[in-house]
Design a binder for this molecule. Structure first.
Ligand code: NAD
Length: 375
């Protein structure tokens, strides 16, 4: 079968699903690979490198989609890409399916077999396919660098002849993959770091990275079988905001990462709370794509409210395109090769990874949760 790697067309997207060094593993399993001209440019991988690694180059998206049996992409297909997907082809990408239901319906109507990488279970066997962890870690890392650059002060403690500089205080809300990476990055830059999560089990991980785990007088949880937090009542969020006000008023940089899969981001900081923060302090809201953890966050922008800079960039992984694409290559090809048999796809619904990620096939929406939403 022929695997196609298109150039991403989402505005500003610099990542590519497969980098040249990942081609050989696909050829070894009996597949051929075609890459769209310029697909790797944003991540600094040229067409010549792809050719040298055994891929052919398609001059346009049209010719790529027409030839390929399997499309490997980073982002979900955009409006103009959907008609290019041919019947009975297979699509594997980060689909953002809960928030793109009309696209899911179109994929089914076009008889495309599609897999959503965000549904890969958080299990030991699936760890090397876990795109969300790879991208979450980059977001955590970049959130600290972005926040540090926006902060009008030093990060580390310094003792100079001109006086002592106190270290920046960083408060991280949500200690999942992104939050833990943010803790270690902020610590490496010399900040004093505190973190909070509704899942009490992360205390040990937070402390092992040298940060203080903050406790509030609120119920905690263990998270579901995938390790995810559950949605809370408005009363819970109200109490959480009340208790968090003191913490954020002491911080120079606040990083919010709180997410509930398939739901809008919980609102953790209101505009009223900003008033208690120090002038010149910074918030990086990693939940901006889903409405944000902070009232006033503008997705893909930086705003100033009540003396506080709020950064709502949603493309942190794309700002590290080389390593993001390298990690995606490993994740996506491991996912694909788990279903490969001598250059063909063998879709086994007994496999929990396959069953969890299959979205559409044979003209139907196969994912139970999504088809219930669409009913
Ligand atoms: P996520 O992006 O869904 O959420 C980020 C964090 O926000 C989570 O830690 C969540 O508990 C927290 N959160 C939600 N609501 C909150 C609130 N109101 N206040 C404070 N914090 C709140 O999660 P993620 O980072 O993708 O990962 C979640 C968990 O999945 C991990 O911590 C881990 O336990 C598990 N995981 C397991 C594997 C594996 O076993 N292979 C791999 C990756 C992750």
């Amino acid at each position: 079968m022929l695997i196609g790697v298109p150039k991403e067309i989402y505005p500003g997207e610099a990542r590519v699903a497969i980098i040249p060094s990942g081609i050989q593993a696909l050829l070894d399993k009996g597949f051929s690979v075609v890459v769209q001209e310029g697909a790797g440019d944003g991540a600094h991988f040229g067409d010549e490198e792809y050719r040298a690694c055994g891929a052919s180059i398609a001059p346009s998206a049209e010719s790529l989609y027409e030839q390929a049996d399997i499309i490997l992409k980073v982002r979900n297909p955009q409006e103009e890409e959907l008609p290019l997907l041919k019947e009975n082809s297979t699509l594997i990408c980060l689909m953002d399916a809960w928030f793109n239901l009309p696209m899911v319906e179109k994929l089914a109507a076009q008889k495309v077999r599609s897999f959503a990488l965000e549904f890969i279970p958080r299990t030991t066997r699936a760890q090397s396919m876990d795109v969300l962890s790879s991208m979450g870690a980059i977001s955590g890392y970049r959130s600290v660098l972005t926040g540090a650059m926006a902060l009008p002060q030093y990060f580390p403690m310094l003792m100079t002849a001109a006086g002592t500089i106190h270290p920046a205080k960083v408060f991280i809300i949500g200690a999942g993959v992104a939050g833990l990476m943010a803790i270690s990055t902020a610590r490496r830059l010399g900040a004093v770091v505190e973190a909070y999560d509704t899942r009490a089990e992360v205390r040990e991980q937070v402390e092992s990275l040298g940060a203080k785990f903050v406790e509030f007088d609120l119920e905690t949880e263990e998270g579901n079988s995938s390790g995810y937090a559950s949605e809370k009542s408005e009363e819970f969020y109200r109490k959480q905001r009340e208790q968090m006000t003191t913490k954020i008023s002491q911080a120079d940089l606040v990083i919010t990462t709180a997410a509930i899969p398939g739901k809008p981001s919980p609102r953790l900081i209101t505009k009223d709370m900003l008033h208690y923060m120090k002038k010149g302090s910074v918030i990086v809201d990693l939940a901006a794509e889903r409405g944000g953890n902070v009232e006033g966050t503008v997705a893909n922008d930086k705003v100033y409210l009540d003396g506080v800079t709020i950064i709502g960039y949603t493309d942190h992984p794309g700002r590290v395109p080389v390593h993001a694409s390298q990690l995606l290559t490993k994740n996506i090809s491991t996912f694909l090769l788990n279903m490969a048999d001598e250059g063909e796809l063998s879709v086994n619904m007994e496999d929990d990874i396959v069953a969890a990620t299959l979205v559409t096939e044979d003209g139907e929406v196969k994912h139970e949760g999504l088809s219930a939403q669409l009913a």
